[in-house]
Write a protein that binds this ligand. Structure first.
Ligand SMILES: Cc1ncc(COP(=O)(O)O)c(C=O)c1O
Length: 451
């Protein structure tokens, strides 16, 4: 691609036909999820009562690739895949850097983020298995919107528990989900026993993803027609997101670009894994650096111990081995609501430990300032979550300038920020708070020693 052309596009038939699985590429087998009662590896049947059966199979498969069903591929095409890879010419000029910066446009999906890639797949598998209703949680609202649209597409009902502070920050996300036909409540809610308990203890609780997951799980086990669907962390979710990186590989090849760095923001880890894992699974990219970026308010990768923990706050999920701040950790209500999760995907945790991923944490003020540099230069308003990746990309481009090297930097623009204007207004009006000092809340579990 010449300097004048800013987008690398793909044809519809270049939408990937398979998902890429990272599990066979780990140095050591992933520690299995444990039954919290017995501390033994969980029986897959227990998971199949909650998740679509096909998703549980994918959770454990050691196949290098998993075929994408035609109906799922068709839905991907209808809702914007393949997404463009964009050369950030405006940003390169603004930074006066010799680096070439590219960003993958996951903001191009109608719901506004990468989350649709797995929501479509999970709704498809559930529908095929006779399920009629899906329950889920959402932080920033991107995941809930993706589930709502996917359920509408496959004729399912959707029930969404949205973290209260996020719903207050972005009420129109709720309106979007309702427009697609979903039912939505702020979490903690009065719809579940766990929600009622949390509200009784602390009526003004801002909510967390961990609490909302507990509520969605309680809803699932109490309703026979319902399965649970999750937007991040688990292996099958990250597997579905591998369409992002596979497309990016082809697009960079078309532009004769060998990446030096692949960057993504990390909440539970799905968009970062989506862009990074196909490169990591491909020996040609052995010298590429993979950088995951999180908020200092919720520093699971940079400060969370690597241990067995629950995925939710009530302790209803199996225990999974991951970098975690503890299931009771309540991060301050930062604007990147999608990054307020106490843990991080087991595969990302394993790859951090292998030294194949570098983790960075930033405060929300420099993050949103970087987002405005990007918005002015590129015209695109990023989600505050994605802005973490932008900050790291800008720092890498400045390093390239200091070194006088034409480095190739690629980041995932995981979503747009059209519902996040309150965050940008607060920054520009000088009233945005820095992230409060965070405390790591250790949970009461002795599993670490015994596992
Ligand atoms: C735009 C956007 N990016 C990133 C994330 C973080 O999730 P994950 O780490 O699974 O990509 C979210 C979660 O809600 C999101 O909405």
């Amino acid at each position: 691609m010449t300097r004048k052309v800013s987008r690398v596009l793909l044809d519809l038939d270049e939408v990937p036909k398979n998902y890429v699985n990272i599990l066979p590429h780990l140095k050591e087998p992933l520690a299995p999820p444990l039954n919290p009662g017995t501390r033994e590896p969980i029986d897959p049947d227990a998971l199949m009562a909650i998740f679509a059966v096909e998703c549980v199979k994918q959770e454990m498969t050691m196949e290098k690739t998993v075929p994408i069903p035609d109906e799922v591929r068709e839905a991907y095409m209808r809702y914007g895949r393949p997404t463009p890879l964009q050369r950030a010419l405006g940003l390169e000029d603004a930074l006066n850097t010799p680096a070439r910066i590219y960003y993958k446009r996951e903001d191009a999906s109608p719901t506004g983020s990468h989350k649709l890639n797995t929501a479509i797949a999970q709704a498809y598998y559930a529908r095929n298995e006779g399920v009629t209703r899906l329950a889920t949680e959402t932080g920033a609202g991107q995941w809930g919107s993706a589930v709502a649209l996917s359920c509408a597409h496959f004729g399912l009902k959707a029930m969404v528990y949205m973290v209260r502070v996020s719903l207050e920050q972005k009420g129109y996300r709720g309106t979007m989900m309702r427009s697609y036909g979903a039912e939505i409540v702020p979490s903690p809610s009065d719809r579940t026993e766990f929600g009622k308990r949390i509200k009784a203890e602390r009526p003004d609780h801002p909510g967390t993803l961990g609490i909302a997951i507990s509520e969605a799980l309680e809803d699932t086990v109490n309703n026979e027609d319902t399965k649970y669907t999750i937007g991040s962390v688990l292996n099958h979710v990250l597997l579905h997101q591998s369409v992002i990186g596979q497309e990016t590989i082809v697009q960079l090849e078309k532009d004769d670009a060998m990446p030096d760095a692949i960057i993504g923001c990390v909440g539970g880890g799905s968009n970062f894994a989506g862009i990074a894992y196909p490169f990591m699974a491909d020996g040609r990219y052995a010298s590429t650096e993979f950088i995951g970026v999180e908020p200092t308010a919720c520093p699971s990768m940079t400060k969370g111990p690597y241990k067995y923990d629950f995925g939710d706050t009530a302790g209803m999920t199996p225990m999974i081995k991951m970098h975690s701040l503890g299931k009771d950790f309540t991060p301050p209500p930062i604007h990147a609501g999608g990054l307020r999760y106490h843990g991080v995907a087991p595969t990302i945790s394993a790859l951090l430990n292998e030294g194949r991923i570098r983790a960075i944490a930033y405060d929300q003020i420099p993050v949103l300032e970087s987002a405005l540099v990007f918005a002015k230069a590129e015209g695109v308003m990023p989600a505050p979550e994605s802005a973490h990746a932008i900050k790291a990309a800008i720092d890498a481009a400045r390093d390239a300038k200091k070194a006088g090297e034409e480095r190739i930097i690629v980041f995932n623009l995981s979503g747009h920020g059209h519902f996040d204007m309150g965050a940008y207004a607060a920054l520009m009006d000088g009233v945005l708070a820095t992230e409060a000092a965070t405390t790591v809340v250790e949970q009461e579990t002795k599993i670490e020693q015994s596992a």
